[in-house]
Design a protein around this ligand. Sequence first.
Ligand SMILES: Cc1ncc(COP(=O)(O)O)c(C=O)c1O
Length: 472
Amino acid sequence: MTTDEFRKHAHELVEWMASYMENVENYPVKSSVEPGEIFNKIPDNPPEHSESFDQVMMDFDRILMPGITHWQNPNFFAYFPSNTSPSSILAEMLTSTLASQCMIWETSPAAAELEEKMMIWLRDMIGLPPEFEGVIQDSASTATLAAILTAREKISNYSINNEGAEHAGTLKVYCSDQTHSSVEKAVKICGIGRKNLVKISVKQDFSMDPEKLNEAIINDKKRGHIPCCVVATLGTTGTTAVDSIMSIGAICRENGIWLHVDAAMAGTALILPEFQWMLEGREYIDSFLFNPHKWMFTNFDCTAFFVKDAGALIRTFEILPEYLKTRTRGKVNDYRDWGVPLGRRFRALKLWSVIRTYGTEGLRGKIRYHISLAASLSEMILKEADFEILAPVIISLVCFRYKPSGLKEDQLNLLNEKLNHLLNDSGKIYLSHTVLNNKYTLRMVTAQTNVTLEHVEKAWDLIMKTARGLNS
Ligand SMILES: Cc1ncc(COP(=O)(O)O)c(C=O)c1O
């Protein structure tokens, strides 16, 4: 493709992108293709001869678009959002055009230094203490793995990386039974072992019970096990419950245990002074993550990962083959030493673009609005006698179910599951679910970049009508 041809296609593509943004609401939110449907439409072999980009684009529209679930549709209320914004998309265009490999400072000093500055901006925006240093990871799962590996190295005096785990004893990691599965995955693959992940029960508000944590640690120590890391969550996936950093942190400090905080979704709410209470006890935190790629309008992937002792992180991950030695080593941040991958995309650029174009005031306004939508939705639900809210509404998630009178618990579960599928199959809205105290629970997140009160009202109307239609 010549640059002139590229220019032509790029202009056309920008038209496609802008009209997609304008029309995204008209697409069915959730794709309704059958398994294998897309796969079978793609030829079994690659083309021998060059095809034009127009042909690629035609097949993109014809074959792939029906198999896309439209996360940027404001009627997307499922999971947690994976938001974007025009300024983030524009920055991503620059990033893919530069296609720089930002593994070490020398391979793109601007990327390393912008990343360092962006992590300072974010740290200060969310209220982490100034001794924290940050790095961008691809995902919360990777950042949690990095945190647990660092905790493992620190507790073993950095011996497991060198010697293996044979003589390290039985390390224990603790989290609540509401914690995201990425912690279980990390414990599974970092050599600590799934059976050494202790899931602590939660209080009525679904936050970790610190007394139960304390008991578990005492019992493990009595058995000669080595408590290594506690993962606390600000904003659990199921209900956005907030674990008490203050109480959990004091227990960690007393026992010399690494405290990692997963604030993947709720971390963005920390930019609001009225949500700073979630970070009380911040002095106890060793590592912390949140996902601008969820709620801060920055394209996936972008996880902000902060550590108090960056030296411990670097000591866990650094490795220095001859071909990566530079004259600037030690004077600059070589982020390849701050996590698993060597190669790194220039992700700081989209953060810079988003924060500058919204401004911190603009970001605060948008987050506050999303939180107010969840409050409005809970008011709507509370007005209806045949619906109930099943968890405290803290940020932008409401957990509820349809509960017509006269039905037993298992019938209610089946009814709500059916309701969820019916709503999602309609293509009009998309919700997800969880199970709370054995109750099938609908989750509705009011945090998509462009969601408005009107979308929430219409969605609620549809939910009520569909639910009552099911039971009539
Ligand atoms: C609390 C929490 N932690 C971690 C994750 C995993 O995020 P990622 O996809 O960035 O690994 C999620 C995903 O929704 C989450 O809700």
